[in-house]
Design a protein around this ligand. Sequence first.
Ligand code: GDP
Ligand code: IMO
Ligand code: MG
Length: 430
Amino acid sequence: MAVDVILGLQWGDEGKGKIVDYYATDYDIIARFQGGPNAGHTLKLNGQQFVLHTIPSGIFNDHIINVIGNGVVIDPVVFRAELDNLITLGIDVKSRLLISKKAHLILPTHRLLDAAAEKAKGKSKIGSTLKGIAPAYMDKTGRNGLRVGDLLLESFNDDYQFLVNKHKALLENYNFEFDLAPLESEWQEAVEIIRSLNLIDCEHYINDQIIAGKKIMAEGAQGTLLDIDYGTYPYVTSSNTISASACIGLGIAPNQIRDVIGIAKAYCTRVGNGPFPSELDDETGELLRKVGNEFGATTGRERRCGWIDLPALKYSIMLNGATQMILTKVDVLNEFDEIKVCTHYDLDKHELNNNKTERVDRVPYDLHKYGITPVYKSIKGWNTEIKDSIPELLEDYLEYLEKELNIKIPMISIGPAREQIIRRTAESII
Ligand code: GDP
Ligand code: IMO
Ligand code: MG
């Protein structure tokens, strides 16, 4: 059986965790393929809210095997806290969680380096979650990293010390003060837990399961506009977040990918710095934040809010080869008389654009270097609570989006709970 991918089409926090959990009953395996504890995926089950950072969102379904792929970076300390939490809830995690030996480890010094680098950037800081993501991926691509499988080697402590010494020199260069000892002791304890878990050769495991006919879903983290290559660079994360990354991050061939399910909010949010053309720095933005409860699941930071951005969504759908889109947080717009949709960008005169002004519906190179004025279309709001059917004006809005984006929206999400979903088609969508 082939692999389906669920991922975010915006700047993260689109509601991926909720949708993965919703679909999970139809799958045998849920696998994370990139990112790390910068992710915060929220699930609401039986009135209770859970946030997952490293462990896939299939963990609350008894029959599902959850895989952390080689593309993920793991902080043992965050991972352990997550694991303990789930075990306290009575969830059998250990027998249903497999970790790739090729996943890279986030060291305490990676976290320190993240903080030091952000501080040094001053006003141009990225707004990182400070979980050590960039330094860990830098060590991976710089061929210095430590992998989960290395924990089983006798040389591990020496290898660890070698890398830490390098980090200490870098931290000194930054003039960054730190107290490593307490961070190291909790890290070493947490590493013991990882050693005791099922560590696998993910690429072989996943391909064996494909041959055995198992249904696999790859769960993305972050969102397309945070992709290291295609996002709003340098205000991005340090991994590829698009569907192609599922191949690299799990060890599967491109022709094994079947459906790509893109998740998008009915409006737009971003946490951290960087360009956001349709951002609303006014009371409407404030209302979206309040009604949508837009505060980060990992850092608690306020999320910046704005209207849905069609040029950005077209770009994301193209890059991912998305076969369908699920619109989330539609309920947040219930109380708006008028909704706006950004259809184009007006680019200011700029040397990157041959010194001319231009109206475009494509995301330009280096979005943050242009002056950009979003062009909006106004949509009449449905202005009513959505229960179990779709109000006519909302249906019109969904049909408009489908036409503009050339993609089907088979399902919408109307609340944080697992069951707060409305299907628009009776057919199976996966
Ligand atoms: P993820 O990172 O993509 O998994 O998304 P997050 O969990 O970071 O953020 C999504 C937030 O919206 C969480 O607090 C969810 O509980 C909540 N949420 C998800 N879907 C809906 C929805 O349809 N309506 C509302 N009101 N909240 C939702
Ligand atoms: P999920 O999976 C939203 C953002 C950070 C920052 C930038 C770089 O929950 O959708 P990093 O810590 O990766 O160096 O931060 O990326 N960011 C996210 N924003 N959702 C996420 O994950 C994010 N992961 C990273 O806020 O702007
Ligand atoms: Mg999130």
